[in-house]
Design a protein around this ligand. Structure first.
Ligand SMILES: [Zn+2]
Length: 486
């Protein structure tokens, strides 16, 4: 959309910054796309983001809260403290060539972006740098605190950040996420989730010669699975329990000494997810008792339902209305239609309209590790238009747009909205107080307590082996140009 004529001078400054730096934003977006790093292994990605923020004057602390690929970058001083945060991890076996409307891996079997987290990261950096330059230019008071959040796909990092006090001085927070249109929904939006591995230990024996000598850990896994299946009838309709067996033994003639099952437990409330998890632990203890094995439980992630604050949503919506949907070209629309045709979904091209959030988005059974932040401080997870409609995430087709002009234009639009919203609150601190007041109402007396065990440590080994296997082949496709924000 062309520049509106009614912009104030700060708004104009932000608008021009994003237009001037569109190339840098696009290069950052593409760089992270080709890094294609899995959760907890986002080393190249976080390094590039941190370097760019540091060059922009931010004081960067790398490796926060025990996350080697997490960071916190700070600019400015005093209140309001405005947090901006997002994720930058890819998914396994989702390598997909950009701009090609058919399944075509860049590196066969390798990880790849298929949810736009590479674009999210570019929007984050571009917004933060623009807001910092606006602080300089207009002498605005306040602090921008940028958080890089590893391993969103496994719902890992942000509950640790909140538990460990990284959001204690934060007043409000924004989180950007890619979609096919602008949206700023508020209210309760997602579910609570506890992710935990149950590892059973018994004793092995020759399954043909002396099975009576064994204590079978796989039996315990199977019995736990059956126990949870029996319990399903008594679960609330909002609850979900699903699993994979991550260790079922090595070969049939060796009774498995170790076996493991990885569960996700969900509910609309944190308390519900906790209750379901407690019941599963009883079932696991029962399975261990029946099989003369022992069980260890490792909580990998535990998140509260994501909620959106109304005051923040209203501000973001005003800025969405200013920025409007990107002007898509005929070529971009043709790519969208070709992909929709190939993927067998509704063929209607790219979206050119702006929706109005009315808060009635409704709660869903999906989850995000950003949930905990949204109970600690007023937060808004807003969506920006940088993807092809009707394509579901975690599918080859979801990678096609993410390093094309569709993502690049959407990122500039998203960065305008995020930076405009930040400077709105810096220029009008009374709105921060309004956001806090509406947040208190929204919480309605519910007290936030982390679902993470107090001594739980981040799973730093997660995805290491897969990333090491594919990185050398993927590195041949890295973008050599460096983003340059000015
Ligand atoms: Zn995502």
């Amino acid at each position: 959309m062309s520049k509106p004529t009614n912009l104030g001078r700060t708004q104009q400054f932000i608008w021009d910054y994003q237009e001037r730096n569109a190339k840098a934003t696009a290069t950052l977006c593409d760089s992270i796309f080709y890094f294609g790093e899995l959760g907890m292994q986002e080393f190249e990605t976080s390094k590039l983001m941190c370097d760019l923020l540091e060059e922009g004057g931010f004081k960067v602390e790398r490796g926060i809260a025990g996350f080697p690929t997490g960071f916190c970058a700070v600019y400015g001083s005093g209140h309001p403290v405005i947090a901006l945060h997002t994720e930058y991890d890819a998914n396994p076996d989702n390598s997909q060539a950009a701009g090609v409307a058919e399944p075509k891996a860049i590196v066969e079997g390798a990880p790849g972006h298929c949810e736009g987290h590479n674009v999210n990261a570019a929007v984050l950096v571009a917004s933060a740098l623009a807001a910092a330059r606006a602080i300089d230019k207009f002498g605005l008071k306040g602090t921008i605190k940028v958080f890089g959040a590893p391993a969103e796909e496994q719902l890992v990092s942000r509950p640790y950040y909140v538990r460990d006090g990284w959001f204690d001085d934060v007043d409000i927070a924004f989180h950007d996420h890619l979609a096919d249109e602008f949206r700023a929904p508020y209210g309760l939006l997602q579910s609570a989730l506890i992710s935990a591995t149950f590892t059973f230990t018994g004793e092995s024996a020759h399954a043909g010669v002396a099975p009576w000598k064994a204590r079978d850990a796989l039996d315990a896994v199977v019995l736990m699975d059956m126990g949870v299946a029996q319990y399903r009838e008594h679960m609330l309709p909002t609850m979900r329990a699903h699993r994979v067996i991550t260790n079922g033994g090595d070969q049939p003639n060796v009774v498995p000494r170790k076996a493991a099952i990885w569960w996700y437990f969900r509910d609309y409330t944190a308390e519900g997810a906790r209750k379901l998890f407690d019941q599963a632990k009883k079932i696991a203890d029962g399975a261990a008792l029946m099989t003369n094995t022992s069980v260890e439980v490792d909580v990998m992630a535990a998140v509260w339902p994501t909620r959106g604050n109304r005051t923040l949503a209203e501000t973001v919506q005003r800025n969405i209305d200013l920025v409007g949907a990107p002007d898509w070209t005929a070529e971009e629309d043709a790519l969208a239609r070709a992909l929709q045709t190939r993927a067998g979904v509704k063929v209607d091209g790219l979206k050119r309209t702006v929706v109005r959030a009315d808060g009635a988005g409704g709660q869903k059974t999906s989850a995000s590790d950003a949930g905990d932040v949204s109970w600690k401080v007023p937060m808004l997870k807003f969506y920006y238009p940088a993807n092809i409609p009707n394509i579901s995430f975690h599918h080859w087709a979801a990678g096609v747009a993410l390093a094309t002009s569709i993502a690049h234009k959407g990122a500039v639009a998203g960065a305008k909205v995020m930076a405009l919203s930040v400077v709105d609150f810096l220029e009008h601190p009374e709105r921060v107080a309004e956001a806090k007041a509406s947040f208190r109402e929204e919480l309605n007396g519910v007290e936030y307590r982390s679902l993470l065990p107090p001594d739980q440590k981040p799973p730093v080994e997660l995805n290491r082996a897969t990333m090491e296997k594919f990185r050398p082949a993927m590195a041949r496709h890295y973008v050599t140009e460096r983003p340059c924000f000015a």
